[in-house]
Write a protein that binds this ligand. Structure first.
Ligand code: ARG
Length: 574
């Protein structure tokens, strides 16, 4: 076990039981990294209340029983009952050496792996992906990578909006134009969508045809399905190109669009009806879940089947959650969807609980996120006021990075500079998104995200490339070197390296990738301080040099692995 917090936690548990009896097994020793020591345990205050003793006495009694063999150098009772802990340098050395040798950056597989469905990206067919879908794709992909690294089985589900009433008007418009969807780029399809919409609103004759077409689509008319497939295909090509450019791991086989659930909708509704959970309401079939009311204070329904017999977004989500639980056997379902859908998703979850489909230990969680704002503090738009096209945004990022790289590394060949520019430009955009608390809105700011200092992708990428350059210059293989921790900066760096698995566990728990960003930033900062105070290539002895080189190499490994789990590349030269 390389995580000192877990190890100390076990030792404190044992001490607690020895000092006060088995009824206290399970009390959280609350061991946190500290500015005053390596760690601080903060369990005495809470226990003191239960035990009706002074916190300092409680802390002293625990310390008297603490077995620190092999791990703890010394402890100190501080303040009203805090316990400061310093670890043995030999312990730190051995654990870092283990991380260095393991090739997994110290991350071990979870003892009870789960099957985790992540619903993310989920753009709409025949419409271009926009900045809102950027957040879902980037956050969802980071969570997928982190949860997989922890040993869970991740089932990516791209819940494409590929079904429903809009397809009636889109197909009719396609036929009117005599247009061939293959010849249309998705950009045309965007304009195409607007034209179809305008006709639908203006012409009752067209609207009527569109409605008939929806019925043909839903009843599986082969010719209609053929036109529909063309629209889906054209969109998918566009989405895939964006995923590749963005470094998002979604593949065609992860598509589980709304159309997949179409054949299940009737059955889902009758199952809900037979359980008495779906009732007739103004001609529609509705599921009511307690606790949700509309603006008029009336109970808010989930519409399982519309008045006209059709099915909508809610019905599809009911079928999807049932499918994920009963067919995919998910034990955890994550919806990476914008904050405006909070109530809808909460109702789907509660309806699934009410139907008995969703029961502990399985759970469904909404990974909500806020909007991307322009520098004016309003939702990001182009100067002309249109929604920003994702592809243009990414291209601009790469373009801006290209000029920075040309300035910083003019000696590199042009192809290499291009590859670095892509890594930096796309990385900067993704990192800016991932490093802000996802539930909040954030301001899209080119100069901040592309800065080489502060909590940014370029800063971390540069730190990594700099270490790679030190290692190249050393011209020495240090895999088998032993690590000696003597300077305080070496100690801080070692502690930071050992905290990587904890940072990932924290992301898995909180579903907040910004915690991993914060960790990597702290690690890179610890490395800077180390590099400033502890000569590496010019160390006093060959042993110290080799030890410091191995500390450096391990830092590079952890930064690169951390960035990879965020979906960001780490070039070796910059
Ligand atoms: N296609 C939807 C949209 O663009 C997002 C779907 C989210 N997932 C879900 N299961 N409802 O708003």
């Amino acid at each position: 076990m390389s995580d000192p917090v877990l190890l100390l936690g076990d030792r404190f548990q044992a001490a607690l039981v020895l000092a006060f009896g088995p009824e206290h097994a399970g009390v959280d020793p609350a061991i946190r990294p500290s500015n005053h020591a390596d760690f601080q345990a903060n369990l005495a205050l809470g226990l003191a209340k239960t035990l009706k003793k002074s916190p300092r006495d409680v802390a002293a009694a625990i310390l008297a029983k603490l077995d620190g063999t092999g791990v703890v150098e010394r402890t100190e009772l501080a303040g009203p009952g805090f316990i400061n802990i310093w670890l043995r340098a030999e312990f730190l050395s051995a654990e870092v050496a283990r991380v260095a040798a393991a090739g997994t950056a110290g991350v071990e597989a979870h003892p009870t792996p789960e099957r985790i469905v992540i619903d993310y990206s989920s753009p709409n067919v025949a419409k271009e992906m926009h900045v809102g879908h950027l957040r879902s794709s980037v956050i969802g992909d980071a969570l997928a990578r982190v949860l997989e690294a922890l040993g869970h089985t991740v089932l990516r589900q791209n819940h494409l909006g590929d079904w429903g009433t809009p397809f009636g008007m889109l197909i009719e418009h396609l036929l009117d134009e005599g247009a061939d969807a293959d010849a249309h780029s998705i950009r045309d399809l965007n304009a195409f969508y607007q034209a179809a919409r305008a006709k639908f609103d203006a012409s009752p004759e067209f609207a009527a045809r569109a409605r008939v077409r929806v019925v043909s689509l839903q009843s599986g008319d082969e010719a209609t399905l053929g036109f529909w497939r063309k629209l889906v295909e054209a969109s998918r090509t566009h989405f895939n190109a964006l995923y590749r450019l963005l470094g998002v791991t979604l593949k065609d086989e992860d598509i589980a669009g709304e159309s997949l659930f179409n054949p299940m909708l009737g059955e889902v509704v009758s199952e809900l009806e037979s359980m008495g959970q779906c009732v007739e309401n103004e001609g529609a079939k509705c599921v009511f879940v307690p606790g949700y009311v509309g603006r008029d204070d009336k109970p808010l329904p989930l519409i399982a089947r519309k008045q006209d017999g059709g099915y909508g977004y809610a019905a599809t989500d009911l079928a999807a959650i049932r499918y994920r639980l009963q067919t995919l056997n998910a034990t955890r379902i994550l919806y990476v969807v914008g904050a405006p859908q909070t109530q809808h998703l909460a109702m789907i979850r509660d309806a699934a609980i009410q139907a008995g489909w969703l029961a502990l230990p399985a759970r469904a969680e909404h990974v909500a996120f806020g909007s991307v704002l322009g520098e004016d503090g309003k939702v990001l738009r182009t100067r002309a006021g249109a929604t920003v096209r994702l592809i243009e945004l990414l291209e601009e990022g790469v373009e801006r990075a290209r000029s920075i790289v040309a300035e910083k590394a003019p000696e590199l060949p042009i192809e290499q500079r291009d590859a670095i520019a892509r890594a930096v430009g796309i990385g900067a955009i993704k990192y800016a998104d991932l490093s802000s608390d996802r539930v909040k809105d954030y301001v899209f700011d080119w100069s901040r995200m592309l800065a080489f200092d502060g909590n940014t992708a370029p800063y971390l990428q540069y730190a990594h490339a700099r270490i790679c350059s030190i290692l190249r210059k050393s011209n020495e293989s240090v895999e088998l070197a032993s690590i000696a921790i003597s300077e305080p900066q070496e100690r801080v760096l070692a502690l930071s390296l050992l905290a990587f698995p904890r940072a990932l566990a924290d992301v898995a728990e909180s579903l907040s990738p910004h915690r991993l960003c914060g960790y990597l930033y702290d690690l890179a900062t610890a490395f800077s301080a180390f590099y400033e105070h502890c000569p590496v290539l010019k160390a006093a002895t060959p042993e110290v040099r080799r030890s410091r080189l191995l500390l450096s190499a391990t830092t590079a490994t952890v930064i690169a692995r951390g960035l990879e789990l965020l979906g960001i590349e780490a070039p070796e030269k910059m």
